[in-house]
Design a protein around this ligand. Structure first.
Ligand SMILES: Nc1ncnc2c1ncn2[C@@H]1O[C@H](COP(=O)(O)OP(=O)(O)OP(=O)(O)O)[C@@H](O)[C@H]1O
Ligand SMILES: [Mg+2]
Length: 357
């Protein structure tokens, strides 16, 4: 039987949809380098994020469909990714940083920092280049959570070199403030510090910069929104009603600041007993999902209560690294995939607006 043509291969790949972007992978421009050697077909599928949650499914479908063409004896899709930058209009983008993701919610202690750390690690695990920035001046716990004790070194061009923890580059307000010295930060000082963090850190090339926001008012979020284009915000809530109503306010705030809300994640939802396996809904159930539906924003998933999440945070050994197979780690990984997918969706939307303008 004669070998298939490139046109035939592309035609059949036009029937493979990206479920998040609602277009086929050829129209999206993802298919590259089709080579046909007798009956052996190889091609590259370049996605917009290595953290794509349906990567394996799309690979299998593409290969299977190409295999179905007459004359094909083998089909191999090489899955790669090129993370697109969230286009910044008007405001100065940070060179080298493609997407800035804020993690926040109005309420304190719901697990923002824990989420930020594990989200960053989960994105990095997929092969993305990731940095983490802790903007909480009063309770900077990212260094502890990542087990970083070093201070940033200063490069020749006077930039702070972010120390690494578990392979993740991280910088924290805590690295700039002596631990026993309480500092009263006024708005302008905070703004200055955020500016410095954006400009004067030698991040190198990053696909994602995850920013851990402090609890409370939106000072830091406001300051960031004024200075850099943000890919979006991930909101964290516990299932309790009071926390959910705080997120509702946060959604309003981010919308006002023109920061896209990538979705809401429910943390500490349900406790699974280590002995009998029974699940107890300590803080109630389903608040995050209901809120997401109500407000028309994506629901990113629920992360259960697990004492290993807490101990991992205290000891600088995040659950994603120490118990990668645990349900909490799996949930956090799934949240990361959804966040990356949402960013790709937002980036495509921006692109479409530009193309039709
Ligand atoms: N899913 C979970 N299971 C068990 N413990 C958790 C979970 N998520 C967070 N924790 C613990 O809850 C505490 C608060 O979490 P974290 O510091 O991440 O919250 P936060 O929202 O950043 O707080 P703050 O508002 O003070 O910045 C920490 O001790 C953390 O280890
Ligand atoms: Mg925190």
């Amino acid at each position: 039987m004669s070998a298939p043509t490139t046109e035939q291969v592309l035609d059949v790949l036009r029937t493979v949809q990206d479920p998040d972007l609602h277009k086929d992978i050829v129209t999206l421009g993802f298919v590259k380098d089709v080579t046909i050697d007798g009956g052996a077909v190889r091609f590259t599928v370049e996605l917009t994020t290595p953290a794509c949650p349906v990567k394996d499914q799309m690979k299998a479908e593409a290969e299977q469909k190409v295999m179905g063409l007459p004359g094909v004896t083998s089909a191999q899709a090489n899955m790669t990714a090129d993370v697109r930058a969230r286009g910044g209009f008007g405001r100065q983008a940070v060179p080298g940083i493609r997407n800035i993701i804020a993690v926040g919610a109005g309420k304190g202690g719901v697990g923002k920092s824990t989420t930020a750390v594990n989200l960053a690690l989960a994105l990095r695990e997929t092969g993305a280049r990731v940095g983490l920035m802790d903007t909480d001046v009063y309770g900077p716990n990212v260094p502890q959570m990542l087990g970083i004790h070093a201070q940033p070194e200063v490069s020749e061009d006077k930039k702070m070199i972010p120390p690494e923890g578990h392979g993740l580059k991280a910088i924290s307000m805590g690295m700039l403030v002596p631990p026993d010295q309480p500092v009263i930060w006024r708005g302008p000082m905070l703004h200055g510090a955020v500016q410095q963090f954006m400009r004067d850190v030698a991040w190198g090339e990053l696909d994602y910069l995850v920013v851990d926001l402090p609890p409370g008012t939106g000072d830091v979020a406001l300051s960031m929104a004024q200075s850099v284009p943000m890919a979006g915000a991930v909101l964290v809530t516990t299932p309790q009603d009071v926390s959910v109503s705080d997120v509702r306010k946060a959604v309003g705030m981010f919308r006002q600041l023109n920061i896209p809300v990538l979705g809401v994640m429910e943390n500490m939802s349900g406790f699974v007993c280590g002995h009998c396996g029974e699940r107890t809904e300590i803080f109630g159930e389903g608040g995050g999902e209901r809120l997401a539906k109500d407000m028309g924003i994506p629901f990113l998933g629920s992360v259960p209560i697990d004492s290993r999440v807490r101990s991992g945070g205290d000891e600088g050994k995040p659950i994603l690294v120490t118990y990668p197979e645990s349900p909490a780690a799996a949930a956090l990984r799934s949240v990361a995939g959804k966040v990356a997918a949402q960013i790709s969706i937002q980036a495509m939307r921006v692109l479409r607006v530009i193309q039709t303008a």
